[in-house]
Design a protein around this ligand. Structure first.
Ligand SMILES: *Cc1c(COP(=O)(O)O)cnc(C)c1O
Length: 410
């Protein structure tokens, strides 16, 4: 979004116009920003056989999936429904990595039957997979290297508690299972967490993976997961992808030379690709001055964007309708009967009832985590693509709330 001549716009379309045309609350995505993020990641790893597996759980709208596909990304799915959505968007099953946790073996079998690449994060499932398929189907193994994401220390009791991945300390056990069933392990995977600023963390994870990889004869790829930190505030640092590309890329090439084969390098970003492309537009319903603060009550809440309440995530908020107004402090809250605060004591241009506010970083885990709590409709979604604002999901209606309810005789 840019501010020019006192008007906020996306690809030249005034944001205020988008809000009037489609109503609020509405999620708006800038396709150009998504494409530039994809390209930036590709540039950082040029010269390597890179695959970007978009973590669709962050934003699953079909039009976004199609945009991703047009721009050469593949898919990381965590449920069989995400697998099916990706296929409906035109992806072939071979392009989909299925990385579930705690799902039944039956769900994994469904994905195998489609032809997805299966990522296994549990020894019990690995055994069932080996027992069922032997070496007739390959799979990837998700390792937990016990790295503290964001910190510099390997191995902490905190991370040893993680439910994700198979501990690297169980490598011997993994290898026994692989040998017993003569399994074909096509890849190793590590996903250390989110908002990792320091390339060093990726490199530490990589070292552990490379060491483990030497134990597997026939790998085709290594998947370094995700966790690139994106910008939430003006002066935020972000993962330096160029530095990461040089250092991790260099280490990867060296590893491949030792391994004796050129492997593919995979990543599975969600947030990195879509977070900054999304804006959540809401309207100021009421202004309320209290002894503590000035509240702006908006026509949305934790039912539409839960990250501030659930993860204490910081989402910048600004007043689209009054770009040059006097700066004041506001606490922006939702209309849900809970304490649903989007932001406390935020500097903003003076807010008047009816003004449109934009909440930033709303592309990832916004609508995909939205609910109908308080019996509110989930918002519409709009994609700005080639200079046009297009509706890509209708606002819900009363029918949607009632669709699956069964009224019985009482
Ligand atoms: C959620 C998830 C991702 C994406 O994480 P982001 O922080 O959105 O980039 C990638 N891989 C796996 C296995 C995940 O569960």
């Amino acid at each position: 979004m840019e501010l020019k001549d006192d008007v906020y716009s996306i690809q030249g379309i005034p944001v205020q116009e988008i809000a009037s045309q489609f109503g609020t609350p509405v999620y708006v995505y800038d396709a150009d920003k998504i494409v530039s993020q994809i390209n930036h990641l590709k540039e950082a790893f040029t010269g390597l056989p890179l695959k970007i597996k978009y973590a669709v759980k962050s934003l699953t709208n079909m039009s976004i999936l199609k945009l991703m596909r047009q721009n050469g990304t593949e898919v990381d799915a965590v449920s069989i429904q995400e697998v099916q959505l990706a296929m409906l968007a035109g992806y072939s099953a071979e392009e989909i990595l299925f990385t579930p946790n705690s799902v039944s073996f039956a769900e994994i079998q469904e994905a195998v039957e489609f032809g997805c690449v299966i990522n296994i994060d549990n020894i019990s499932i690995l055994e069932q997979f080996g027992h069922t398929y032997g070496n007739s189907k390959s799979c990837c193994i998700r390792l937990n290297p016990h790295i503290m994401a964001g910190g510099n220390h390997k191995i902490s009791t905190g991370h040893i508690d993680s439910k994700f991945g198979i501990s690297v300390y169980q490598l011997r056990h993994i290898l026994r299972v692989v040998k017993t069933y003569n399994m074909d392990i096509s890849g190793l995977h590590v996903h250390t967490g989110s908002d990792i600023l320091d390339p060093e963390v990726f490199l530490q994870g990589a070292d552990i993976i490379f060491e483990s990889a030497m134990e597997f004869q026939d790998l085709r790829f290594i998947d370094f997961g995700s966790g690139f930190k994106v910008k939430y505030k003006e002066n935020d640092n972000t993962t330096d992808l160029i530095e990461l590309g040089q250092r991790l890329g260099g280490a990867f090439k060296k590893f491949c030379a030792e391994y004796g084969r050129e492997l593919e390098i995979w990543f599975e970003p969600g947030k990195y690709l879509v977070s900054e492309a999304g804006y959540f537009l809401v309207s100021a319903n009421v202004i309320k001055t209290t002894p503590a603060t000035v509240f702006v009550g908006v026509n949305s809440g934790m039912n539409h964007l839960i990250r501030p309440m659930m993860y204490d995530a910081y989402h910048e908020i600004f007043n689209v309708s009054n770009p040059r107004g006097t700066q004041r402090l506001y606490s922006v809250v939702g209309y849900i009967c809970e304490t649903d605060t989007f932001g406390w004591d935020r500097p903003m241009s003076e807010v008047r009832e009816g003004d449109v506010l934009a909440i930033k970083n709303a592309g990832a885990y916004g609508i995909s985590m939205a609910s109908n709590y308080n019996s509110r409709f989930r918002p519409a979604e709009v994609l700005v693509h080639n200079g046009q604002a297009k509706l890509i999901r209708k606002r819900e209606t009363m029918e949607d709330l009632l669709r699956n309810q069964v009224e019985v005789e009482l």
